[in-house]
Ligand binder design. Structure first.
Ligand SMILES: Cc1cc2nc3c(=O)[nH]c(=O)nc-3n(C[C@H](O)[C@H](O)[C@H](O)COP(=O)(O)OP(=O)(O)OC[C@H]3O[C@@H](n4cnc5c(N)ncnc54)[C@H](O)[C@@H]3O)c2cc1C
Length: 475
């Protein structure tokens, strides 16, 4: 019998697992995919929002502002790239100025520091490439950027290093309530625990229904993005949001922590919780809006496009509640990433009020070695590492300059990579200009060797996504 089972290894499940790993508790995370961070956490805008967007007094507002204040230290401890680049919400008219003043007021009530509404002259000093028709902006110096899936992997990895168990490919199909505990079932496995924490993203309403809780629903809202080459990453330094209008919230133009330029997302309510397709219409909309916000975007440098699905809850706020030892973390749409460390604290308190006894674990280690530490080493340090292990001198991904040593490390560091995309998310191999055209076969080879399986057993993203079906002359 475990103390806690967490359903879903996104950034919310991961942050909660990491928080609970500070205490003497037996915790298991179950995740239906073959890796962590496969839901909304994988595909989003990667912004640590300052906190002026969410309605005053809402749980979203409280979690966002607290989470944003916690994030720098949180990311530092976990060795995750984080940059406080500040944000600008840009407007094009006097009507927009009034909206921005309202946003500023809301932000101040929420507790956001340093907000200012500024005019074009000052905007140009901050962002020389700002769109020609931009006249006014709300400047939030506390806005930041982070890598969301890296944060999730680091949370889960640190939790595992501190004793949490992770069960991948565990698709929860049924939950039984017994006297004082629950049993969570997949088709071929089960875990029993005193407390269940539902962090299943867009499926969290379906998990809640398994314990007869139909108090909310969650539907997917599609957001489409374009990602541009690192050559374009310095076009802006701030995250450039668009003033919300009758047409919706609009898209953003932002540098990423890895130096690319990100444009998007659109917002379209859909029904299929698995539909992660991009559309010509959506991407054209991104292109049109981005060009109004920022001048000189080189659309010839797009290296990929992708879609993320927001989990929109029926209550309009984050749905975080506890009943009989079952905790929901549902409807965690934006700013869920920004709020993750604060939600983890909040859930810890819910567990305590549900009767869990939390005793500090003296052996808890808060720090995790940065995933990209090798890249950040000086030449002398790199030479020393290479002397010990020449695999660090063998470059596998030429676009992102990722070595064999880093790939081997990604396979053997919690939570270990088991497929090609998992290696990509940990090391960036395959994320550059050629999008894996050159390095993928080598990554397959290294995975097969390190995991002791056949070349043909390696998949792109788990399940049936096999890359090689046999030797050429045998087929
Ligand atoms: C387009 C878009 C833009 C966004 N931009 C931002 C932003 O800039 N800043 C910000 O703060 N937030 C942003 N967000 C919100 C943020 O991404 C989410 O709030 C956050 O990722 C939610 O994390 P989660 O762990 O709740 O859900 P998810 O990441 O979706 O994780 C849920 C996990 O549960 C698993 N699961 C589901 N069903 C089962 C089952 N039956 N059994 C086992 N496992 C299951 C899934 O596989 C998944 O891994 C954005 C979201 C989107 C989609």
């Amino acid at each position: 019998m475990r103390d806690v089972v967490i359903v879903g290894a996104g950034v919310i499940g991961g942050a909660i697992a990491r928080e609970l790993s500070k205490y003497k508790l037996d915790v298991t995370i179950v995740e239906k995919c073959s890796d962590v961070a496969m839901g909304a956490t994988r595909a989003n805008s990667a912004i640590v929002h300052a906190g002026f967007d969410a309605k005053e007094g809402s749980l979203k507002a409280k979690m966002n502002v607290r989470g944003s204040k916690m994030m720098k230290k949180f990311a530092e401890e976990l060795g995750v790239k984080y940059k406080r680049n500040g944000s600008l919400v840009v407007g094009f008219s006097e009507e927009d100025r009034a909206t921005l003043l309202d946003l500023k007021k809301r932000g101040e009530i929420n507790g956001v520091e340093g907000l200012r509404v500024i005019d074009r002259e000052e905007i140009l000093k901050l962002e020389p490439s700002i769109g020609e028709k931009v006249t006014v902006a709300l400047h939030a110096p506390t806005g930041a950027i982070i890598c969301p899936y890296e944060l999730c992997m680091a949370c889960v990895g640190n939790a595992m290093d501190n004793g949490v168990e992770l069960k991948l490919n565990f698709d929860v199909k049924k939950i039984e309530k017994h006297d004082g505990y629950y049993t969570v079932y997949s088709d071929n496995d089960s875990v029993s625990a005193k407390y269940v924490i539902n962090c299943a993203g867009v499926y969290s309403d379906e998990i809640a229904k398994m314990v007869a809780d139909d108090s909310f629903t969650v539907f997917p809202r599609r957001g489409e993005y374009m990602l541009l080459d690192k050559e374009c990453g310095k076009l802006v330094s701030h995250t450039i949001f668009r003033c919300p209008s009758k047409m919706g919230k609009g898209i953003l133009v932002s540098p990423t922590v890895d130096g690319n330029l990100l444009l998007g997302p659109t917002a379209e309510n859909i029904e299929d919780k698995e539909d992660k397709s991009t559309t010509a219409k959506g991407l054209a909309n991104v292109r049109m809006q981005a060009s109004e916000q920022v001048s000189g975007i080189n659309f010839g440098k797009i290296i990929t496009s992708f879609t993320g699905l927001r989990s929109v809850g029926s209550t309009g706020d984050f749905i975080i509640n506890e009943n009989d030892g079952f905790i929901n973390c549902a409807g965690i749409e934006s700013p869920g990433l920004s709020s993750a460390p604060a939600i983890a604290e909040y859930v810890r308190e819910l567990l305590v009020s549900a009767g869990a006894v939390l005793e500090n674990k003296e052996s808890f280690v808060a720090k995790r070695r940065p995933m990209h530490y090798f890249k950040e080493c000086s030449d002398e340090e790199k030479n020393a590492i290479i002397k010990e292990n020449p695999a660090y001198a063998h470059i596998i991904c030429r676009c992102e300059m990722v070595s064999e040593g880093e790939i081997v490390e990604a396979i053997h560091t919690n939570p270990g990579a088991r497929d090609v995309d998992a290696v990509k998310r940990r090391t960036r191999s395959g994320m550059g200009r050629c999008q894996g055209g050159f390095c993928s076969p080598y990554v397959v080879e290294i995975l097969a060797r390190e995991l002791g399986v056949a070349y043909t057993d390696i998949t792109k993203f788990g399940g049936e996504s096999y890359i090689n079906i046999g030797k050429t002359k045998e087929v």
